[in-house]
Write a protein that binds this ligand. Structure first.
Ligand SMILES: *[C@@H]1O[C@H](CO)[C@@H](O)[C@H](O)[C@H]1NC(C)=O
Ligand SMILES: *[C@@H]1O[C@H](CO)[C@@H](O)[C@H](O)[C@H]1NC(C)=O
Ligand SMILES: *[C@@H]1O[C@H](CO)[C@@H](O)[C@H](O)[C@H]1NC(C)=O
Ligand SMILES: *[C@@H]1O[C@H](CO)[C@@H](O)[C@H](O)[C@H]1NC(C)=O
Ligand SMILES: *[C@@H]1O[C@H](CO)[C@@H](O)[C@H](O)[C@H]1NC(C)=O
Length: 663
């Protein structure tokens, strides 16, 4: 029986794709990426955050350190105590973050022009302080890093960078898109360009851009936004020489994604190529080593453990680490779980089925990644056209057209009225709400000749799922898994994608919707700022002025992309946006002192009521939403009449808070 099970298991492993024992480790380093030293130190759990150890600097060469490690192991009979290990680390490593020196951005400006566009004095003041935050987030690597790269896990780059903040003390790939957006608004052009140049240099050296600037990230990437970064640099500076100099590097970056991340899908008699997150390395994530090993304890064979590590790394590559978005229990089994959840929700308790052991990131075709790939192809087509590279332009024209078609045919769901992730396991679209479902609007990857049609469908969809009932922003999912890319957390880039996606269509209804979401987001972030004088990595969608939680580490402040997103929204809406709605008369308006309407004006009791109402309404919308099944045609909109759109402002007025609708 046992044998049979193993044979069956082996067959499954083969079916799943490959023998992972032949794959390379996450990087070569025997200190930072794999091997007994890493295993011993990380499994000892010396630090609350596993990333701390792999960010430390070696005092002596890797070889000598390995010798010291072997001596320590010999001395302790290969059973070192936690204190032995701590002593070994103290003697052989310098603290994390030793690679940087203070750096004040030289192109920083006190009063960049975009501030003038912000009419509300409180928001103007805030934006000015956000502009000042770049001074705290600038990092420059010490010369020693260049000379002795082997002593560091950081990937050396010539130009200083703006980091996200907190434990993220190196550059991150997709974060940098929104950081660069903000830097350009702050007119810090040379810092922005320097960061893009670093990325170019890294693509030349490594072949693609790792998740972040550490060698332990060197076998996985993050959402591919280098080419859009170059686009915003070009919009700002129109530097054709820069483009010409780097265009081949951009080709290479795109090619990496086409080569290492695409899969062919047979769908309704046609074959399409689409992208997914993927991983081709062995072992747990070095920076979350213990967490991954512990998670893999659930599996009995090495093969299955390796499959889990691959799913974890692929999920990390998606930027959504972690999320129920990447869980597949059993595409049918999930329906049962949903029904259980519906019952649980009646008692106010929400828990999604599944946990990290159910990760199937590699089996899911994500809407946002494909929308970005499509956008990349279009931008490369335009860049090559501009540079007169006719053949290349033609090549990308074709690639772009194929992505457009694949997104339309495989990901657009006519009945649901939005794009949905696609499961390679069930060969169905996954009908769950994610802000990323609307990302083709952001990247322009839909048939614009039928713009009104698509945009109306998408707005109906957003109404149906009631994204606008939440006081703190749009939640990442409606699943309460305890992971950080799930309900109730709201993430800045996702708000940006929805807002700009809708706003850029230019259609009045979409623009009003975008304005409303942006207003809510700006005000809620501002509320947190007033309380903590901090910008956070993520917030709580269900609470006005609430901050996010969950996941593998505590909430981080700083924060690169948060600042960039707020700046972009203030730049776009600042001429009309106010820190709070005025109460009827002009008095409040002129004093400018009333903000956070319901909290400030009506006290704690009202605030609690509002939260409760929002949670209850969220559960209600969720339940209706959950009744809808994948691929099952919804009949005549009956369900939705029942729960016609109830704008969040109306909800508030139910609780006595005056808060006239933006539109
Ligand atoms: C580690 O976590 C514990 C418990 O959460 C906390 O008391 C302690 O201060 C943390 N230590 C560090 C260095 O952050
Ligand atoms: C470290 O040791 C290995 C083999 O033990 C050797 O091949 C390598 O050259 C050494 N590296 C350095 C920097 O001494
Ligand atoms: C990309 O694919 C090639 C060919 O399969 C492989 O050798 C390489 O390791 C992959 N790169 C990454 C970062 O996974
Ligand atoms: C998935 O669900 C189907 C239908 O209920 C069932 O037949 C199958 O055994 C399930 N698979 C697993 C692995 O649970
Ligand atoms: C994850 O789910 C599996 C069942 O799918 C369960 O056996 C395991 O205990 C769960 N792990 C955690 C940490 O909840």
């Amino acid at each position: 029986m046992y044998k049979l099970w193993c044979v069956f298991g082996a067959m499954l492993a083969v079916a799943a794709g490959m023998d992972r024992s032949k794959l390379p480790p996450t990087c070569d380093s025997l200190i930072y990426c794999h091997g007994p030293l890493l295993d011993t130190v990380q499994m000892a759990g010396l630090y609350n955050d596993s990333k701390t150890f792999v960010d430390m600097k070696l005092k002596l060469s890797a070889n000598i350190t390995m010798e010291h490690f072997k001596e320590m192991m010999a001395r302790t009979g290969s059973h070192p105590t936690k204190a032995d290990i701590q002593e070994f680390v103290n003697q052989n490593f310098d603290p994390e973050g030793s690679e940087f020196e203070e750096w004040r951005p030289t192109d920083w400006k006190d009063n960049p022009a975009f501030l003038q566009r912000i009419k509300d004095p409180l928001l103007h003041q805030w934006a000015s302080e956000l502009n000042r935050l770049w001074l705290q987030l600038g990092r420059k690597m010490k010369e020693d890093v260049k000379q002795n790269q082997d002593l560091y896990s950081i990937i050396y780059v010539d130009n200083p960078v703006i980091v996200p903040g907190g434990r993220f003390r190196e550059f991150y790939y997709w974060d940098s898109y929104w950081i660069i957006k903000g830097l350009l608004l702050s007119e810090m052009r040379s810092t922005a360009k320097g960061m893009v140049s670093n990325f170019m240099n890294i693509v030349e050296r490594i072949g693609f851009i790792p998740n972040g600037g550490r060698i332990y990230y060197a076998m996985r990437s993050q959402p591919p936004l280098l080419i859009p970064m170059v686009q915003i640099i070009m919009e700002d500076m129109d530097d054709e020489e820069f483009l010409r100099q780097h265009i081949h590097t951009l080709d290479r970056e795109f090619d990496f994604w086409m080569t290492n991340h695409t899969v062919e899908i047979d769908h309704e008699g046609h074959r399409y190529t689409l992208a997914r997150y993927y991983d081709q390395s062995q072992g747990p994530r070095p920076e979350s080593y213990k967490e991954d090993i512990d998670c893999a304890k659930h599996f009995d064979t090495n093969d299955k453990k390796e499959e889990l590590y691959a799913e974890l790394k692929a999920a990390a590559e998606s930027g959504w680490d972690f999320s129920s978005r990447w869980f597949i229990l059993n595409d049918t089994n999930k329906e049962v779980q949903r029904q259980i959840n519906e019952l649980l929700m009646l008692t106010g308790y929400r828990q999604v089925g599944g946990n990290l052991t159910n990760l199937k990131t590699r089996s899911i075709i994500p809407v946002d990644l494909n929308a970005i790939m499509c956008w990349n192809a279009q931008l490369l087509r335009d860049f090559h056209t501009r540079l007169g590279n006719i053949d290349k332009a033609e090549y990308y024209r074709n690639v772009h057209a194929r992505f457009m078609e694949a997104i339309e045919k495989v990901l657009w769901h006519e009945d649901v009225g939005v794009w949905l992730d696609y499961s390679l396991e069930s060969r169905r679209r996954r009908d769950y709400f994610y802000p990323s479902n609307v990302s083709p609007l952001w990247t322009g990857c839909y048939d614009v000749a039928r713009k009104e049609y698509y945009v109306n469908r998408v707005i109906n969809y957003l109404d149906k799922v009631k994204v606008d009932i939440f006081d703190g922003g749009i939640p990442t999912t409606f699943e309460h898994s305890g992971e950080q890319w799930d309900y109730p957390n709201a993430w800045p880039p996702l708000q940006y994608i929805v807002v700009m996606g809708l706003a850029n269509t230019g259609l009045p209804e979409a623009m009003r919707y975008a304005n409303e979401i942006a207003t809510k987001w700006v005000r809620s972030n501002f509320e947190v700022w007033k309380q903590k004088t901090a910008m956070l990595e993520k917030y709580d969608a269900t609470i006005f002025g609430g901050f996010g939680g969950g996941g593998e580490y505590v909430v981080q402040t700083g924060f690169g992309w948060t600042n960039g997103v707020i700046m972009a929204m203030l730049n776009r809406y600042g001429d009309a946006l106010s820190a709070a709605d005025a109460f009827g008369t002009g008095a409040a308006e002129s004093s400018g002192a009333v903000y956070g309407a319901h909290v400030g004006a009506s006290g704690v009791a009202t605030a609690v009521l509002v939260v409760l109402a929002s949670v209850a309404a969220g559960a209600l919308g969720l339940m209706v939403y959950r009744k809808r099944k994948d691929y099952i045609r919804v009949s005549g909109g009956e369900d939705y009449k029942l729960l016609s759109r109830r704008p969040y402002t109306e909800l508030r007025s139910l609780n006595g808070a005056s808060n006239p609708r933006q539109r």
